[in-house]
Design a protein around this ligand. Structure first.
Ligand SMILES: C[S@@+](CC[C@H](N)C(=O)[O-])C[C@H]1O[C@@H](n2cnc3c(N)ncnc32)[C@H](O)[C@@H]1O
Length: 196
């Protein structure tokens, strides 16, 4: 089978799994299809880490951003991805050899990191649809991400035109780094860090 056919098969399988999960829980998924290659590349190019740090990805879904991070040069063993849906976590394990996949809740990131041996963390990339969360839940998950990466903060992908997070209320600074129409729906890459 050619590489082209394999890539197309994977894209079709990813889309089918994603859509199935969207039907089951639309708020948890936040989108009906995985992020586009262009959007994933925009995010991956902006993820930072020192050589001894891991990039943490929350809400990896079918792994499209994870693959873009690998393509951007992050070694598989320096990627720790967290996905709450067991079927998707299993799909990630099967399709991303060498990447540490945790089936867990992004809200429990400190516990996830403890269980993983407290690796040094570079950027956290958050694919969980934060704008859909109640305010107190936004505050909790932002706290969990900042505890993991207090200086750098985190990257977030969002379809919002304005900030998907209330910066003043959450004590954050930051803004949109990139935007693309080559995604359904069009989306932006945001970076947030503590304001103080
Ligand atoms: C918008 S999709 C993004 C998937 C993928 N990163 C992409 O860009 O195509 C959101 C993903 O976050 C996962 N998710 C939602 N809430 C989560 C949580 N609390 N902890 C971990 N993953 C979560 C969903 O299961 C889903 O796979």
């Amino acid at each position: 089978m050619s590489g082209f056919t394999l890539r197309n098969d994977r894209a079709a399988n990813n889309a089918a799994l994603f859509f199935k999960r969207w039907l089951a829980n639309p708020l948890q998924m936040g989108s009906i299809i995985p992020s586009s290659a262009t959007f994933c590349r925009l995010i991956a190019e902006r993820a930072e880490r020192a050589e001894d740090e891991v990039v943490v990805e929350l809400g990896a879904g079918t792994g499209v951003i994870t693959r873009a991070l690998l393509a951007a040069g992050v070694p598989a063993e320096k990627l720790l991805v967290v996905e709450i849906v067991p079927e998707m976590a299993e799909h990630l394990r099967q399709s991303l050899p060498g990447v540490q996949v945790v089936c867990g809740d992004g809200f429990e990131l400190p516990e996830v990191l403890r269980a993983a041996g407290n690796p040094k963390v570079g950027d956290v990339v958050c694919g969980i649809p934060l704008v859909m969360l109640p305010k107190d839940a936004q505050a909790r998950i932002v706290g969990a991400m900042l505890a993991a990466s207090p200086k750098r903060g985190f990257l977030h992908l969002s379809y919002c035109i304005t900030s998907p997070l209330p910066k003043a209320r959450l004590g954050l600074k930051g803004g949109r780094l990139a935007y693309t129409f080559m995604n359904f729906p069009p989306g932006g890459v945001w970076r947030y860090a503590p304001a103080g």
